[in-house]
Design a protein around this ligand. Sequence first.
Ligand SMILES: Cc1cc2nc3c(=O)[nH]c(=O)nc-3n(C[C@H](O)[C@H](O)[C@H](O)COP(=O)(O)O)c2cc1C
Length: 153
Amino acid sequence: MFDPTVTFADLEWLRELWPHRLVVKGVQSTTDARDVVAAGADAVVLSNHGGRQLDRAPTPLKLLPRVVDELQGRAEILLDTGILSGADIIAAVANGASGCLIGRAFLYGLMAGGERGVDRAVEILSSEITRTMQLLGVSRISDLTPEHVTLPA
Ligand SMILES: Cc1cc2nc3c(=O)[nH]c(=O)nc-3n(C[C@H](O)[C@H](O)[C@H](O)COP(=O)(O)O)c2cc1C
């Protein structure tokens, strides 16, 4: 958005300069996921940046199964946007994300109680993960599968 001249060639250039893990955030389609990984990314973050600017931007959780299918394990997939509960994290991980990023959920904790508020937000998310897994009857994260989740149409 800030520099419309940026292309995948710039990502390849960054890949050459940066010898460590390269993670690209903001992927919103299967083709972009494919091209970002072809340009050398180690991981993609499916994200519409919280959906704060563009109404009807793709919902990362809905996009996730198709990106998993597209990448076939060639890169790690993280999910960002709309994580407001531990159950949301479970839904993402069960569908193939290796983890989630959270924006507003920790900011709400920060606003309510500073550092302690952020700790509390993490505690709440963590206890919701445990409770959701108990309700599902699943004791290991690695045992979660897409069958444990009904995605919105
Ligand atoms: C106040 C605020 C400012 C943000 N600024 C940026 C930004 O400059 N660049 C960016 O890529 N994402 C930005 N984001 C998006 C976050 O990095 C993240 O993708 C988003 O908050 C995740 O969604 P969630 O809030 O539903 O968890 C911003 C989010 C918030 C709440």
